[in-house]
Design a binder for this molecule. Structure first.
Ligand code: NAD
Length: 479
């Protein structure tokens, strides 16, 4: 089996204790690689290397840092087909989507933040005889901890701004999908990023993730993952007053008003519910439909649902692959059982899906639509993170807003209406960090990204990410 290695101080390294665990291909349900079970000794080694590398990287001209980051992006692009295939095998997302989204965005993130690092500057102020300016300065050694659902996209999204701002990074990808982070680390030395500036440590969240969180020489942590993990990281980090950015779970509403274009809105609602098998924090897992068009809209959904092709994610026309792991598949199926116990009616799907041939033991679940559940039941309150969407009828704009805001989460929402004034009113009242009008998951990397309530703390994207990875110093003088 292929061994994944850590990347520390510019060297590909076995974990110092020599321990590994297995990594599965979820489309066939079999282990195919070994992941380092890293511990505190690996982390000490990485922190030492990063601290040593920091002064040089910090003082390097931003254009040179940018050059190395652009080069890394180019190297990934040269190998984009291998990256997409590896991501597909590791995560289960269909190959075409890994290529167009995960890998393409990974490359774009590096280019974008390389440029952002050159533009990012402080501010000037003048008040009477006081003239001031600010100096945003890198923090030092920072950590990024990322999840399995969009491995390459989120791994780069977190570490690229940290590097661009002049920090050295300890990056921990998810132990469930470590492969493309490992492949990326193999290209770093050829990019011109100096040894020790960027380090990748693989391993389990409760072990190496927790060690990173409490390490005294890592004063800032950028985390994307589940709300309970984020809460734990926040509480550990608080004891040392560390800076944290937390991008957490969601239970996002898709709201369809009676004046929406039913064809476009039903396409949008299906994409929001089932993209990446529902394993995107931004997925619209609660579909709120105005009562007067409820039946018509449901019929449109049920008519289009069979067009989603489930199958071997390596096949070019597959749109719906397996869940990322057996444990996750079982969790999602458990939620479907719960929905039925809570009085839900399964309008479509609801079962494990068996694919013939190579993927017969894969962890597939049918795209599932459930109705007749009240907004406050567990199915409608808890993040399922799978291909499961509930339909919720509503009467008025106020009802829609109340239902949309009735969960502990507040990451994203999409609103479907042809009435601009209504779109503005509802957007302003929805409790979430992001609202899309007549679209879903369109991303401009300059815009702030993040959630409210239990969906997170802070904003990433554009200059917000650069601000997170810097400390701002104010210099004032009398003139
Ligand atoms: P997770 O919280 O289980 O793991 C995320 C990362 O944290 C992994 O690298 C893991 O090893 C690490 N980790 C786990 N326990 C840790 C600990 N005690 N200390 C430090 N690190 C630890 O999340 P997941 O299951 O990988 O990802 C799915 C979750 O991520 C969903 O809730 C989803 O909504 C969320 N997510 C949020 C966003 C966003 O931008 N808001 C984006 C993608 C995913």
């Amino acid at each position: 089996m292929q061994k994944i290695l850590n990347f520390i101080g510019g060297d590909m390294m076995e974990p110092l204790a020599g321990e590994y665990f297995e990594n599965e291909d979820p489309s066939i349900g079999k282990a195919y690689s070994l992941v380092p079970d890293s511990d505190e000794s690996d982390l000490e080694h990485a922190v030492k290397a990063a601290k040593k590398a920091f002064p040089h990287w910090r003082d390097m001209h931003a254009a040179l840092r940018a050059g190395a980051m652009h080069k890394l992006a180019d190297l990934i692009e040269e190998n984009a087909a291998e990256f997409a295939r590896a991501e597909c095998i590791d995560n289960g997302r269909p190959l075409s989507q890994c290529s167009a989204a995960n890998i393409a965005r990974g490359i774009a993130n590096l280019h974008f933040f390389a440029d952002e690092g050159q533009k990012f500057a402080g501010e000037n102020f003048k008040s009477g005889k006081i003239e001031s300016y600010t100096l945003p300065q890198p923090i030092g050694v920072v950590a990024t901890i990322s999840p399995w659902n969009l491995p390459m996209l989120l791994f780069t999204w977190k570490f690229a701004p940290a590097l661009a701002a002049g920090n050295c990074v300890i990056a921990k990808p998810s132990e469930v999908t470590p492969m493309t982070a490992y492949m990326l680390s193999e290209l770093v030395n050829d990019s011109g990023i100096p040894r020790g500036v960027f380090n990748v440590i693989h391993g389990k969240g409760a072990k190496i993730g927790a060690a990173i969180t409490k390490h005294p020489d890592i004063p800032a942590i950028s985390f994307t993952g589940g709300t309970s993990t984020g809460t734990e990281i926040y509480s550990t980090a608080a004891k040392q007053l560390k800076k944290v950015s937390l991008e957490l779970g969601g239970k996002n509403p898709t709201i369809v008003f009676e004046d929406a274009d039913i064809e476009t809105a039903s396409d949008g609602a299906l994409a929001a519910a089932f993209s990446n098998q529902g394993q995107i924090c931004l997925c619209g897992s609660r579909l709120l439909i105005q009562e007067s068009i409820y039946e018509r809209f449901k019929i449109a959904l049920l008519r289009k649902l069979p067009n989603i092709k489930i199958g071997d994610p390596l096949e070019a026309d597959t749109q719906h692959g397996p869940m990322v792991s057996k444990a996750h598949m079982e969790k999602v199926l458990g939620y479907i059982d719960l929905a039925v116990k809570e009085g839900g009616r399964i309008a479509a799907g609801g079962k494990r899906h068996i694919v013939d041939g190579r993927c017969k033991d894969g962890y597939f679940i049918e795209p599932t639509i459930i109705e007749k559940l009240p907004p406050d039941c567990r199915t409608n309150q808890e993040e399922i993170f799978g291909p499961v969407v509930t339909l919720l009828p509503f009467k008025t704009e106020e009802d829609a807003i109340a239902i949309a805001n009735s969960t502990q989460y507040g990451l994203a929402a999409s609103i479907w209406t042809q009435d601009d004034a209504r779109a503005k009113r509802v957007s302003a009242k929805i409790e979430s960090g992001i609202v899309w009008v007549n679209c879903w998951n369109v991303r401009d990397l300059n815009t702030p990204f993040g959630g409210v309530k239990k969906s997170g703390i802070g904003r990433e994207g554009g200059r917000r990410a650069m601000e997170f990875f810097t400390e701002e110093k104010t210099v004032s003088r009398m003139v």
